[in-house]
Design a binder for this molecule. Structure first.
Ligand code: ZN
Length: 303
């Protein structure tokens, strides 16, 4: 067996474990206070936020409901409207990418984005967070609309890690197809998928990596910032500037003004912390090696 084959099997095991045992399994026990007082406080705050989000949704629905009663046609349009933005923006993204890369690759790439977002979506739903379907913007990627913020760092990390884990699984499938068929397009998709998920794992909020760090150690955001600068010099892009615009004020408020969302928010038991650190490190490691491997293989095909 070649080193790459061993790597592929190990990566497959990590992805399988995460999808089945973590995403599909029970929430880890994050109860660090034996009296349960903290858990009760968290639960109350969480339920209040959920009620608030539900009320907001109901208010926006009833605002359109008044018109719908007068014009039954609009009821159908209203139901359709829920899917209009996700589906419409997805088709727009495919069309834009197709102009540059051709249809098959454009469809594949947008599907990779979609699967990544559905990872976040599924994780948010599993934790009972109200969440909307993903919206796409060409060359900016996609995001899901969380209608209520997670109530603790572990939930934030869970929703954050689910995107790259599920997204990497999709890229991994492309890689396996490329390995068995030698199709160049699947190799290109695998490479794009590995890089996309790797980029999102840079430990700085609002990227997924920053959200995972919320449960490991928010101090690691300081590592993410120079990484973001390095990526900018490697591949200058306005997206990176935009991420920095969001990231710097957050780092400033947490560390310079010492304004944490709540003192309890970042309280995560060591066992859970280490679990996320291991999952994160393994995922980044596999993605790094396999993206370099896919990049070299693409070069070899081109030459
Ligand atoms: Zn993501």
């Amino acid at each position: 067996m070649s080193p790459i084959e061993v790597l592929v099997i190990l990566f497959g095991l990590l992805l399988g474990y995460w999808l089945l045992a973590r995403l599909g399994g029970e929430r880890p026990n994050t109860d660090s206070d034996p009296t349960g007082a903290q858990a009760a406080r968290n639960r109350l705050a969480y339920e209040a936020a959920l009620r608030e989000a539900t009320a907001r949704n109901a208010a926006s629905r009833s605002a359109s409901g008044g018109i719908s009663k007068a014009l039954p046609l609009l009821i159908g349009l209203g139901a359709f409207g829920k899917f209009l933005l996700p589906v419409g923006s997805m088709l727009l993204a495919i069309g834009t990418y197709a102009l540059i890369y051709g249809w098959p690759y454009a469809v594949g790439f947008v599907l990779l984005l979609l699967v990544h977002e559905l990872g976040h979506y599924t994780a948010a739903r599993r934790r009972g967070l109200p969440v909307g379907l993903p919206t796409f913007i060409p060359f900016m990627g996609a995001w899901i609309d969380l209608k209520a913020q997670p109530m603790d760092a572990e939930t934030e990390a869970f929703v954050g890690l689910a995107g790259p884990m599920v997204g990497s699984a999709a890229a991994f499938v492309c890689y396996l197809i490329a390995l068995s068929t030698g199709e160049r397009m699947f190799l290109a998709l695998a490479y794009a998928g590995f890089m996309l998920n790797l980029f999102n794992l840079i430990p700085v909020s609002p990227l997924d990596g920053g959200r995972i760090m919320a449960a490991i150690s928010p101090r690691l955001w300081f590592v993410g910032l120079p990484m973001l600068v390095a990526v900018f010099f490697w591949q200058p892009s306005p997206i990176i500037v935009l991420i920095a615009v969001f990231a710097i004020p957050q780092i400033w408020s947490v560390f310079v003004r010492r304004k944490l969302p709540s003192p309890d928010y970042y309280r995560v038991p060591a066992r859970v912390r280490i679990g996320y650190a291991i999952d994160y490190t393994l995922l980044v490691g596999f993605l790094l090696v396999l993206s370099i491997q896919a990049h070299d293989a693409l070069r070899a095909v081109r030459a």
